[in-house]
Ligand binder design. Structure first.
Ligand code: SAH
Length: 214
């Protein structure tokens, strides 16, 4: 998702208390940011943040961090976030996901959500996909041993690639469905913005939940 450049977006983000600015200084100490030892769940590529906000609202005993690389998109999330100051367990970071290991320590993260990640259809861009082997390795560097990745997409090619990559890299596939909304896993599912948009168009939603190699 890339929105038209919004003048002042960077400034608004820089001033916000809901955005963590010096993210690398909290590595290994995120519990201090939240003031408790609750589990940490992150969403990489949160877009406008509706999903992670709903998750944070529904699960006050879990700490959430939403990551997004574009200021213009993060600003939209921030505008919504500011309407709900009662939510205490949610922060945003504007960053490129490839640096997650600079921000979170080994065993610091309990769950990673990847929702409707950019498909990067050309083979030469495969390494940019957020479910490529390079990214899975980075996730291993921040996830707890029992931690999981929850991935949803309507894009079949990206889904096939992701399942295959996870298997090749020795991850355990805990859940795999190619029609989430008509499956047993749909109960309690929180739809993301893209998920709503694509399911209205009749696209089936794929989901996998994976656990890292032991
Ligand atoms: N998760 C949202 C948005 C999906 S679009 C939803 O399901 O509705 C994918 C989002 O991921 C875009 O906003 C894009 O800017 C962001 N993104 C893609 N690659 C990224 C990366 N490498 N690092 C951080 N954010 C990324």
């Amino acid at each position: 998702m890339r929105l038209r450049n919004i003048p002042g977006a960077r400034e608004s983000i820089a001033e916000s208390d809901y955005v963590i600015h010096d993210e690398t200084t909290h590595k290994g100490k995120w519990h201090e940011v939240f003031g408790n030892n609750n589990p940490i769940h992150i969403e990489i590529g949160m877009g406008k943040g509706t999903f992670i906000m709903e998750m944070a609202r529904n699960n006050p005993d879990i700490n959430y961090v939403g990551i997004e690389k574009y200021s213009s998109v993060l600003l939209r999330a921030l505008e919504k976030r500011e309407q709900e100051p009662d939510i205490k367990n949610l922060y945003f970071i504007r960053m490129e996901a490839e640096y997650v290991e600079d921000v979170f320590d080994k065993d610091e993260v309990d769950r990673i959500y990847l929702n409707f990640s950019d498909p990067w259809p050309k083979d030469r861009n495969a390494k940019r996909r957020l479910t490529s082997d390079r990214f899975l390795k980075r996730y291993t560097g921040i996830l707890k041993k029992e931690g999981t990745i929850h991935f949803k997409t309507d894009n079949i090619d990206l889904f096939d690639f992701s399942v295959e990559t996870a298997e090749t890299c020795g991850w355990q596939i805990l859940v795999e469905t190619r029609d989430l909304h008509n499956s047993e896993y749909n109960e309690g599912n929180i739809m993301t913005e893209y998920e709503k948009k694509f399911s209205v168009l009749g696209h089936k939603i794929n989901m996998m939940i994976i656990k890292q190699p032991v």
